[in-house]
Every structure is written in structure tokens, then in C-alpha cells.
Design a protein around this ligand. Sequence first.
Ligand code: ADP
Ligand code: MG
Length: 729
Amino acid sequence: MASIRFSALNDVLHRKPIHVTPPSDKISEFFGENVFNQRVMRKYLTEEAYESVQAVIIEGKRIERKIADQVASSMRDWALSKGVTHYTHWFQPLTGSTAEKHDAFFEPLGSHGDSMERFDGSQLVQQEPDASSFPNGGIRNTFEARGYTIWDPTSPAFIIDRTLCIPTIFIAYTGEALDNKTPLLRALNAVDEAATDVCQYFDKNVTKVNSSLGWEQEYFLIDKSFFNARPDLVLTGRTLFGHAPAKGQQLDDHYFGTIPERINAFMRDFENESLRLGIPLKTRHNEVAPNQFECAPIYEESNLANDHNLLLMDIMDKVARRHDLRILFHEKPFAGLNGSGKHNNWSLSTNTGINLLAPGKNPKSNLQFLTFFINTIKAIHTHADILRASIASAGNDHRLGANEAPPAIISVFIGTQLTNLLNELEENVGSGKMTPELKTALKMEIGKIPEILLDNTDRNRTSPFAFTGNKFEFRAVGSTANCGVPMTALNMMVADQLRDFKINVDKKIDSGLTKDEAILQELRKLIIESKDIRFEGNGYGEEWHKEAKRRGLSNLRTSLDALEVYERKEVIDLFDRNKVLTPRELESRYEIEIEKLIMKLQIEGRVLGDMINNHVIPTAYNYQNKLIRNVTGMIQIFGKEADNIGKGQKELIKKITLHVDKLNELVEKMTEGRRKANKIENSKKKARAYIDDVKSCFDDIRYHADKLEMLIDDEIWPLPKFREMLFTR
Ligand code: ADP
Ligand code: MG
């Protein structure tokens, strides 16, 4: 019975690193070679078409049909020159992954057997995939199942597997968004407008503000033979039980340790593929848990960065298979070990090349920095619950607050130096006109920022939203997440806050204050209002939970609690007035997220039940029988004397029996919970029932299964153990 496990172990012991040949020794020679980027466009497009496309990318202009035709024909020529045969619109349905539908360029002509390679503007700009099977949260009834994918010219087309992939948005026939890209683009637009307006106080040359995103992707790798021998990994992406290894991550010897050769080959391989696709990967290293790793690129404009993250996850999955590995993106594949997240580093920068969250060289640019810095904090203060909701998922529930990831309480860390500065502004700015002395003093104070940041070495790893010198880092995002969702929320709330700020500052200027006075006074108000969201201490500690409660901060522990935020009127209004999601679109997303939660728990419950019934209990009986035969044999040999010997076996038989009884009982209880939950029509109530009556059994079941794993003969245990999956090299 244990043969699968042992043959897996045997496979792994014989694995060799797979040789990887880089396309060239110099990365610069192949970076972006499979992307229809600016360099290629300049070569393939007419001057006019090139300029138009640039205007679309830089200024967000609409593309004309004539130009689209030109771009399409150049794209086709370029793609054909690279051996491409098919094209696809590449989009991000609400399933969370990406989707594509391939069409051939090839088209037969008439009845004479002639043919040509066709691809024109209409095929580039818009497609109608059979969309009825993608989640839509009730927006699209199946009888009007039409959905359109529409070209996003701001993210360049690329080639994978001889297929030209064209990034697109995905919307319903009625114009409503059915994907994660559309609201992101709308939020980016909102923040661009609002931030550009605010920048006018400081620099009239600013005409566009871009949001930048630098993500850090964590993941686990395990051998494919182990993976395939664990139905829970195959079907749910995580282990549902398994005894913690004797050696876990206590020694911290994996973190920044040397990367094993086989893993290293995998990394080189996916990095090469990614670099060819223009993903600017920069760092790779081991993470805290055994077999856990991380990679990160140089940051890019948020929409492109997010496309690149999704593309990378696909590539990593494919390349891992080439190396007989399986990649686990799940937030918590192994209980008791570190989970996986995806830090989202975020900032705003102008078309004049200024990072608005980096202190400048003089008081004026520092006042600009403070403006964006403080407005961001205030935005998080006002809308913390939305940020929390934006990272809600069944997987992330296992990670948040689990003493290795930020808690579900949203707070902002800024470091002692900036805290001191904000305190000083709060104390000194006052209200009303300023004396010249005060102005000079404040100027001095603000002018010192770059110096103080240089030695601002305090880093707080426990904060969900931390300022790290020239950007904020949102650390609560789960490793499977589409960053587009949290980035939509963040950019939208900052946009809303900045708009508000502008209105208030303008009012103050109209009432006779100078611009600087008005800005400083409004900033002071925001500093005071948002004070409670700032927290510099240990976010993992129990103390913080109490303190946060005292401050009235939310602690939305489960995803279901967090998602309910989308029912609040002020939240619906916020999405609506920033033109990010209409009330109907938001509601449909809410519905889809809840459905996803239910689905995940349903599958996990089923798989867990099956594994207990089909793997664990039969193995327990098997071993029990062996022990019983042993004891019976003893009685045969020793007769009455046997009462005093074989005590250990008898105890063991009893223990096993007790655990098996418990398992039978709990699995029955869980199954009953599932049956009942499945009968509930209302999806929110159903999700609640799944959490209360199904998920609530998981830990207890796991407890007994793990006990049995420890008691039963290793020879017959059928499932790869944690120590094998994580430490066999
Ligand atoms: P770590 O958080 O691991 O200490 P760093 O602070 O050096 O690492 O940077 C982490 C990430 O921050 C990198 O992926 C980088 O691309 C990103 N980053 C740096 N500057 C910005 C910025 N202005 N906007 C967005 N992301 C940025
Ligand atoms: Mg980081």
C-alpha cells in the first residue's frame, strides 16, 4: 500500500538537475525578444502609427481603426517572422487565473485550395470568446452569454509557444467588467487624474502620474512524484494533514542559504523564459520555510507589472514540470510552516520622472513628498476595510495572523523618524496665518527629510502596510492573488483622498491662506485624523489586538467577514464615484468571491473525507491487524503468561482504535455539515455554514490523522510525509 510513497522517494533520490542552456550569455541580448515592444514597434510601424500607439500608451488616447489595422498587420508580420501560427486574446477572468482562446492566423480562401495568413485591426481590437463558462456573478445570463475581450494597448503583446498573446480586458455585452484588469485600469485612471491635479501645486509640468508596482512572489517547490502521491496537493494545492517534521524551520538555516542545484536549474530556466518575455526579474532567494523560495522583478507601471506577475506564475508552473517539480502558490501548503505571500510594493511617479513617495532635495519637493505620503496614510485610515477585503481568499485565511504574516488588522508603519516629523508638524503648524519665523522653522524641518531617511534603518516586518523609504509595501497580499485586486483598491482610495485634499486646500487658498500654509494645515488635519492607523510596534503580538480594539480598528479575521464590506453603502459609493466598479459590478464580484470560498471549502471537505476514509483508516486497520496477530500469537505461545507481556502492543491497538473512532465520527459530522450547507440557497448563509459546520472539523480531523501518522508503521504509511516532501533532495 505504501508503494506509491516509496516509489516517489526512489524517484526523487535519482533525480538529476536538468541542464539549462541560456539563450545567450548576456541577458541584454535576449531580454524582451518575444515582446512586441517599443523597439519592435519602431521597426515595424510607420511613423504615424508608432506615434499614435505611443499617445495611447502615454496619454491614454483612444486608438483609431486605421491605426489598429496597421498595428495588427505589423504584429502579424513580426509574429510570423518568429514562427508564430496562432494568436489569442489573453485576459483575466474572475476565476483568478488567466484565460486564452487560440485562433490560427491561417485562413482558407475560396474553394481553390488557396489560403493566407490573416489578422487585421478588428481581430486585434475585439474578440468574442464563448464566455458563458466564466464566472460573472449573475451579470450575464447564459442566453445573452456574449462577452468581449478588448485590446489593452498599454500592455505589449508577447509570444508564448508559437502563439501571439494580446493582453485584453474582458467585458460583458452590456459593458460591465468581467475581469480583474478593467477595474484596475479604471482605478489607475482615477489616481492619475487626482494625483496630477495635486501635483499642479508643485510643478505645472506634470501631466500624468503613474502608479508603480513591484511584487515579490513566494512559492514552494516539491517533487512531482510526491505531489502526485498526495491527492490533497493535486486537488486543493495544499496538504490537508501531515505531521510536522522533527526538523522544521526552527534552525532558520534555509533562509538565504545556498539554493540546491536542481532548484537552481529550475530558476535559471524560468528566469530565461521570463526575461525573453520582458519580465525584469532581478532577485531570487530561499525563503524561511524549507523548499520555499521567492523571486522579484524591478518594479513597473502597475498594469504591466500585474500582467507580468500573472504571466510569470504561468511560466513557473510550466517550467517546473520540465524539471519534474510542482510549484505550489497556495498561501499555506504546509501547516506549521511559513506561508506564502506576495508583497506589493507601491508608489506613484510623475511623467517628469519624480517618485512622489521619495523625499526630494529641497523643502518644496519634500512638501510634495509629505503631501502624497500623508494622503496615502489617510486613505488607508479611511478605507482600511476595503484594503482588507481586497486580499480576502480562502487560502489567505490560513496565513493572515498566523504569526508569520501580518494580522488581519490593517495598520501603517512609517518608522520613528517620520513619526517624529509628523508629530512636529501636528504640534507646530497650528491653524490660521503663520509667522515668518514659523515658516522658516518648518522649512528647515521639512528640508531635513532626506537626511533622516538615509539613516532610517528601523524596518518593521510585522506591519501589513509599511513605508520603506521610497514606497509603501503592502504585505498582506496572498501568494495566489491577482495583484490587480489590491492595486485597484489602493489606487482608488488614494485617488479619492487626493481629490478631497485638493478641494480642501483650494478652499483654504480661496479664504486667503498662501498655498504652502493651506497645504500644511490640511496635512496637519489629516495627520491628526489618521493617527490611529499608525502603529510602530509588533503586529504579531497579542498586545496589538487589544490595542487595535481600543483604537476601534477593524479586525476582519475571516475572508467572509472581510467581503461583507462590499455591502456597505459608503463602499459601494466609493467604487462608483471613482468609476472603478458600478454597484452592479461590485455586487457581482462580491457574489463570485463568496462562491469561490464555498467551492474551496467544499472541495477541501470532500478531499479530506476521502483521504481519511480511503488512506488513513484502512492503513490504521492494516497496522492494527498486524498488532492483533502479534498479540494473538503471543497468547498462543505464552498462554496465560501473555497477560503481562505485549502490553505495549495492546496499548497501541487501543490508541489506534480511539483515533480511528474519532476520525469516523468527525468525518461523519463534517459530511453531515456539508450536506446541510449544500441545501442552503443564500450564498452568504451557505458560506457561513461551510465555515461553521465544515471547516470547523478540519483541525480536529487533522489532529487525529497526524497522531495516527506517528503511531503507524512507517513501512505502510501511504502518503509522502512532510519531512520527505520538504527535505529530500
Ligand atoms: P525587500 O523588501 O525584500 O527588502 P527592496 O526594499 O529592495 O526589497 O525592494 C522590494 C521591491 O520593491 C522590489 O521588487 C522593487 O522592485 C520594489 N520597488 C522599489 N522601488 C519601487 C517603487 N518606486 N514603486 C514600486 N515598487 C518599488
Ligand atoms: Mg519586501
